[in-house]
Design a protein around this ligand. Sequence first.
Ligand SMILES: [Fe+2]
Length: 383
Amino acid sequence: MPFYRQQGNIPPKRHTVFRSESNKLYFEELVSREGFNSLSSNIYHHQMPSVLVGTEGFTPVQTNSHSLGHGNQHIFTARLNSSGDCISARSLLFYNVDLLVHKAHVDSSMEFLYRNGHFDELIYVQSGNGSLLTNFGNLKFSSGDYIIIPRGVIWKMEINEKTKLLIVESTGAIETPSKYRNRFGQLMEHSPYCERDIRTPILGNPMNGQGEYVVKVRLTNGIQDMLYGAHPFDVVGWDGYYYPWIINIRDFEPVVGSIHQPPPVHQMFQAAGFVVCSFVDRLFDFHPNAIPAPYYHSNVDSDELIFYSKGNFMSRKGIEEESMTYHPMGLPHGPQPGKYEGSIGVKSTEEQAVMIDTFKPLQLAADVASILDETYPDSWNSN
Ligand SMILES: [Fe+2]
């Protein structure tokens, strides 16, 4: 995140002697992006962070595709057969070279630490609540939160109740959109959210243990169990711009106009190869002849996924909570019959939805086969 944070104790100057009250030297670790040329944080450990005791099992992660003809699709993700912790419960839905989109119905806390070595994670909390424990400190989360976990952060998720998550693994960093930031990185006045809406980790007491600590490390094609020689949460302090963070979808202030506003006004995040938009409760267009429902459109350069989180979705028929629609690039789509005309004169909408627009074609994954709405491709053909 492009703003500075500090937690715990750090020395007054980087790369200098920093000792405990018992005169033990702390170990400094720089976690940095793009070599040494982008965001970074300095972490101070009780133990040397590079001690690896060994490696154990490797669990492959498959990306099996589901073959369907080219067309618009709708899946009922609430009906997925998913259970386990935040890692094991993941069902892959869509993917391309830039991202993987999973849904997870989590019914147990993680009993291990995890580090995504090759992807940044964006986790949208559909329902439930819990805590994200990390080597930068802890964050509580609940419904509507977007949890951003940059690669390299070591974490585990504990839940208080059954928790449903939409998860994106991204090959690039998840960022606030450039168009909202000034040249110093600060979110500007026209941004639909600001730094005050962003929650950052609170560091607790260090876990100063030595022994064997399993950290499951996500690599491009699987998960490697690695045994660390010191507990990765042995951190006495850190500072910098690199850490996990959370923002809630309800802190996104919608932009409205006299006529229909296009999806870019709903943009929440940017990443290499895709953007994420948040649709939230808002007043509709106030021109006397406005048509609030979206006009029919062909996005010839992007595939569109929409996850319908909560509320009533005025432009779609047959959609339920946790539905997900897929509209591939080049195919016109828009409101189903009756929805376009029916939106005239409507004053407001109460909805929460997450849209992911990708710049390369998506593959449908094998897990969508059992939750597919086979009527959807023909849903514009009749009343
Ligand atoms: Fe669309």
